[in-house]
Each structure stands twice: as structure tokens, then as C-alpha cells.
Design a binder for this molecule. Structure first.
Ligand code: 5MM
Length: 339
């Protein structure tokens, strides 16, 4: 592989004990949704200001090793005048880029989605790399229904993730592979486990078929949870169900599993990660984060689009990053929320 050394360096910089990834790659419609509750207009300047606030948080690099950005942000400067990418780098945070172009229904496969964006991907990656991106991220989404996802949906999505990952490694960017089985609905935890297992199984088959080097990628999966409409499961139950699926499907060659938060409350996402690390201190992979909402939510609520609130919002972000750092070490306690 042409860029093996470069990929190894990026993995080494990103996969570190006690540090995780901040997902700040919301597309414009998604960040607009995040701004609605705080009544902030989704203008380009507000999006820039928000991402600037995140990367200029002093001390963030102690707990965060990577940040996923949206395409537009690669061209933005932070408030200190440097690019967002350079500002992250100054904190020892590697910048990466979401390269998928969102989901669309999978034709003739009711209930299944498929993600777009493979056409021209290699050319786009070359240009993102010139702008400082060292890793990429692609998400496939699986909604649970009576018949969904179908076998066809699972295979088609796995193929997309593997083709994307192969192109990334061929261009020297570490791929984050994100198959997200949604927690929307009233399915129980066993059904979520069953689907997550089938999805991961197919993803790793496809990755091997496409010769993706498992040592040079990061997996970003969902935790195994009951549907949102049911009661919240106990942390030990979530950790046990999640580990069972991961042990059955994820080869030990994968260096790190960085969970998405998927709509969990920030405290719930931290507590579940902590239980995972407590139950599997000797897991072959790091068990870390690539949280979006669970890292940003409290900071957004503190910011409210007001410059005067920047420092308070940064403290809120730093607090969540620090508590998740403790959870990566299995040392988090809910009482630390009050520190
Ligand atoms: C599942 O979403 C990813 C992780 O975020 P959460 O921890 O909030 O679940 C996130 O990286 C997502 O892929 C991006 O926000 C992009 O989402 P859209 O919907 O804009 O493609």
C-alpha cells in the first residue's frame, strides 16, 4: 500500500489512551436542526463561529485526538485568524472530513437506505488532503422495522462502506467506518443486538473482500440499546450486550472502536462508555468516543449564539470531554458531574 507509513502515523496520532474524537461534521441541514432549540440562525458565519468555539477551547487536546469536520469548515478560519484545521493541529488534534453525501432510499428495497458519494471520491480526497484532512468518515444508516434492514440492504451498505474505506487508504487517509443502527423505535435490546451483529458481520466481510487494512481504520458503531420509546437500559446491560456483539464481529486487528452517541443523553453516553471499559479492560481494541451531540449539546445550550457566552460554552465542552476521558479509563462516576 503506497501510503502505509502515513496511515500508520495518523492512526498513532488518533488512537491514544484516554483521548477520543469530536464529531463536528454536521451537514448544513443537521446543524440547522441543532441551532433551532437555541434560536440561532443557520448562517455560514454562525456555523463558522460555532466550530471556531470548539477548536479554540483551551485544553481540548488533552482529551480529544481527532475532530471530524464538514466540507465547508475546511475553508473556514477560527477567531484567532488561523484555519480551523491549523487551530486543531496546534492543540495536537488531527482534522478529518465527512465525505459521504447523505442517505437516500435504496431502490426496490423498502425500508432500506443507502449513502451517496462514491463518484469522484478519490479526487475529492486529494483536495481535502491538501486542505489538511488526514482521515475521513462515511456513515451508513440502518433503521429497524419489522422487515428492515433487509439482507439486501445490509449487503449493499456494507459494500459501500468497504469501497469508501479502500479508496481512503489508497489515497492516504485513515477511514472511519460508521455503520449506524438507529435507536429510533420500540424494539428491545435483543433486536438491536441482532441487527447490529448482522450489520457488523457484513461490514467486516466486505472490508476484507476489498483488502482494507483493518489495522489502519477506525470503527464508529452504535452501542447496543433498546429503542428510544422503551425504558432506558441499565449501563451494565448495555455494556454486556454491546461487547457480546463486538467480540463476535470485530477482528482484534482493528485498533480502536469509537462509538457514536446516537441521541443518548450526554450523561448516559458517558456512563455507558465507562461501563464498557470497566467490563472489558483487556479488550483488543480501544473503546473510545466519536460523539457529536453528547459532546456538543451542553456547550450549545450555554452558547446561545452569543459571543459573551463563549467561555462558558467552552467550559461545558471541556467538562464533557474530560468526563468521557475518565470513562475511557473506566474511572467515571456520576457524582463527578457535579465537580
Ligand atoms: C450519528 O451521527 C454521527 C455521530 O453523532 P452523534 O454522536 O450525535 O450521534 C455524526 O458524526 C453524523 O454522522 C454527522 O453529524 C453528520 O450527520 P448528517 O446527518 O449531517 O449527515
Amino acid at each position: 500500500m503506497q501510503y502505509a507509513t502515513e496511515l500508520e502515523t495518523t492512526i498513532r496520532d488518533m488512537v491514544q489512551t484516554g483521548r477520543g474524537i469530536l464529531a463536528a461534521d454536521e451537514s448544513t441541514p443537521t446543524i440547522a436542526k441543532r441551532f433551532i432549540p437555541i434560536k440561532v440562525e443557520c448562517s455560514e458565519e454562525n456555523r463558522r463561529a460555532w466550530r471556531s468555539l470548539l477548536v479554540t477551547t483551551e485544553g481540548l487536546g488533552e482529551y480529544i485526538s481527532g475532530i471530524i469536520l464538514f466540507e465547508e469548515t475546511l475553508g473556514h478560519n477560527s477567531d484567532n485568524g488561523a484555519t480551523i484545521v491549523e487551530t486543531a493541529r496546534a492543540q495536537n488534534i488531527v482534522a478529518g472530513i465527512k465525505v459521504d453525501k447523505g442517505t437516500t432510499p435504496l431502490a426496490l428495497s423498502a425500508g432500506d437506505l443507502i449513502t451517496r458519494g462514491l463518484d469522484g471520491l478519490a479526487e475529492r480526497l486529494r483536495s481535502y488532503k491538501q486542505q489538511g484532512a488526514r482521515f475521513a468518515k462515511w456513515r451508513e444508516v440502518y433503521a429497524i422495522g419489522k422487515q428492515a434492514p433487509s439482507r439486501n440492504g445490509i449487503e449493499a451498505n456494507a459494500e459501500m462502506l468497504a469501497r469508501y474505506a479502500a479508496v481512503c487508504q489508497d489515497e492516504g487517509l485513515v477511514p472511519i467506518v460508521e455503520p449506524e443502527v438507529l435507536m429510533d423505535g420500540d424494539h428491545d435490546i435483543d433486536r438491536h443486538a441482532e441487527v447490529t451483529q448482522a450489520v457488523q458481520h457484513a461490514v467486516f466481510h466486505a472490508l476484507q473482500r476489498h483488502r482494507v487494512a483493518l489495522e489502519l481504520m477506525i470503527l464508529k458503531p452504535n452501542m447496543v440499546l433498546p429503542g428510544k420509546e422503551l425504558r432506558r437500559a441499565k449501563v451494565d446491560e448495555v455494556a454486556a450486550a454491546t461487547l457480546k456483539v463486538l467480540r463476535r464481529t470485530v477482528p482484534a486487528a482493528v485498533p480502536s472502536i469509537n462509538f457514536l452517541s446516537g441521541g443518548q443523553d450526554p450523561e448516559e453516553a458517558t456512563a455507558n462508555l465507562n461501563a464498557l471499559n470497566q467490563q472489558a479492560p483487556d479488550a483488543p481494541w480501544k473503546l473510545s468516543i466519536s460523539y457529536g451531540r453528547a459532546l456538543q449539546q451542553t456547550a450549545l445550550q450555554a452558547w446561545l449564539g452569543n459571543n459573551e457566552n463563549v467561555q462558558t460554552a467552552q467550559q461545558a465542552l471541556l467538562k464533557r470531554a474530560r468526563l468521557n476521558h475518565l470513562a475511557m479509563l473506566g474511572q467515571y462516576q456520576p457524582s463527578q458531574e457535579n465537580d
